[in-house]
Write a protein that binds this ligand. Structure first.
Ligand code: MEV
Length: 308
C-alpha cells in the first residue's frame, strides 16, 4: 500500500493566540504545500530514520491516534518549519489523511487537531482546519454561517466556518528564527493570568476579528490593512512580538495596507497585505529576512497518489 496527500500552509490573518482563549479568528491557506507519502513497512520510519516519540511527536501521535500498523513516512515540504505558517498542521493533516485513506474532512481535521494537542499542549483547531479546508476559515465559539464542522477540545467546542477570501497578495517575511508554538501559547497564558491589560488585549483581538470578517465580506482591503496594524499592537502587548519582527513590519509598511506577525510569534514570520509584493519582498530581504510572495485562495487537503 502507498498513499500520498498534500496540504497547504496557512497565515492567520487575525486572532492568533486570542483563539486559544475562545475568541474568534480568521485564517487563510496560501500556496506553499507539504506532501506526505506513507508505505507499509516493517517498522515506523520518518524520511528513512527510525521514528521516535521525542524527536517526532506529531508523527508518533498521528500513528497512535489512527491505530496504524508500522509505516514508512516520507515528507516533502516547501513550508519553513517554525515559521509560523502551519508547517506542523500541514504535516499532521496530510499524514492523518494518508493513514486513514478515506477520512471525511471533518474527521481528518478533528484527529489532526488532537495530534497537535498531544504534541504541543494547549492549541486551537485553526491551523489544522485551515490545512484541511484550504481557502479561508472563520473560527468561533458561537455558531457560524457556512459551518464546515465542529471541533471539541478540552476547553469547549469550536465552530469552523467557510470564509470566502478572494485572491489576495500576501508577502511573508520569515525572520529566520524558528519558534515553537507550545511555549509561546504558555507564555501568553501566564501573562493573562497576571495582568488585566493582557486579558483586555485578548478580548480586543476578538473584536478585531469580527470587524475583519465584515471587511473581508465587502472586500475592503484598506480597512483590513488597518485592522492588521491594530492586531499587531495588541500582539505585542501579550508579549509575542520581537524586535526583529517589529523591524520587518516597519520595513514593509511603506508598501503595505497593513502588516503583522502571523502564528505564534517569538520568531517565525510577519505578513504584509500589499499590492506591491516585489517592493515588500525587497524590503524584507534587505533586513536579512526570507520573503515569500504568496497568494490566498489555495486548495486544502488533496489526494496526490494512491496505489495498492
Ligand atoms: C499558531 O499558528 C496559532 C496559535 O493561536 C496557537 C493555536 O491556535 O493553536 C498561536
Amino acid at each position: 500500500m502507498m498513499r500520498s496527500y498534500s496540504a497547504p500552509a496557512k497565515v492567520i490573518l487575525f486572532g492568533e493566540h486570542a483563539v486559544v482563549f475562545g475568541e474568534p479568528a480568521i485564517s487563510a491557506a496560501i500556496d506553499l504545500r507539504s506532501r506526505v507519502t506513507v508505505r507499509d513497512s516493517a517498522e515506523n520510519l520518518l524520511n528513512g530514520m527510525p521514528l521516535r516519540r521525542d524527536s517526532s511527536p506529531y508523527a508518533f501521535h498521528a500513528l497512535e491516534l489512527t491505530e496504524s500498523s508500522p509505516m514508512e513516512i516520507t515528507v516533502e515540504s516547501a513550508i519553513p518549519a517554525g515559521g509560523g505558517l502551519g508547517s506542523s498542521a500541514a504535516f499532521s493533516v496530510s499524514l492523518v489523511a494518508s493513514l486513514l485513506g478515506n477520512g471525511s474532512p471533518g474527521r481528518v481535521a478533528e484527529l489532526a487537531f488532537n495530534v497537535e494537542l498531544r504534541s504541543q499542549g494547549r492549541a486551537s483547531p485553526i491551523d489544522t482546519s485551515t490545512a484541511v479546508h484550504g481557502q479561508g476559515i472563520f473560527v468561533s465559539r458561537e455558531t457560524v454561517a457556512n459551518e464546515l464542522w465542529q471541533i471539541s477540545g478540552p476547553s469547549g467546542i469550536w465552530h469552523i466556518g467557510d470564509l470566502r477570501i478572494g485572491r489576495m497578495n500576501i508577502v511573508i517575511g520569515y525572520s529566520g528564527q524558528g519558534a515553537a508554538t507550545g511555549p509561546m501559547v504558555e507564555r501568553v497564558r501566564k501573562l493573562c493570568e497576571r495582568f488585566e491589560v493582557a486579558r483586555e488585549a485578548i478580548s480586543e483581538i476578538g473584536s478585531i476579528s469580527l470587524e475583519a470578517k465584515r471587511a473581508l465580506e465587502r472586500n475592503d482591503i484598506v480597512t483590513l490593512g488597518s485592522l492588521m496594524d491594530r492586531n499587531q499592537k495588541l500582539l505585542s502587548v501579550v508579549g509575542v512580538s520581537t524586535r526583529r519582527l517589529e523591524k520587518l513590519i516597519q520595513a514593509v509598511a511603506p508598501y503595505s495596507y497593513g502588516a503583522k506577525l502571523t502564528g505564534a510569534g517569538g520568531g517565525g514570520s510577519i505578513i504584509a497585505l500589499t499590492d506591491r509584493p516585489e517592493k515588500a519582498a525587497g524590503a524584507i530581504s534587505l533586513l536579512g529576512g526570507v520573503p515569500y510572495i504568496c497568494r490566498t485562495g489555495e486548495t486544502g487537503l488533496r489526494r496526490e497518489e494512491d496505489e495498492g
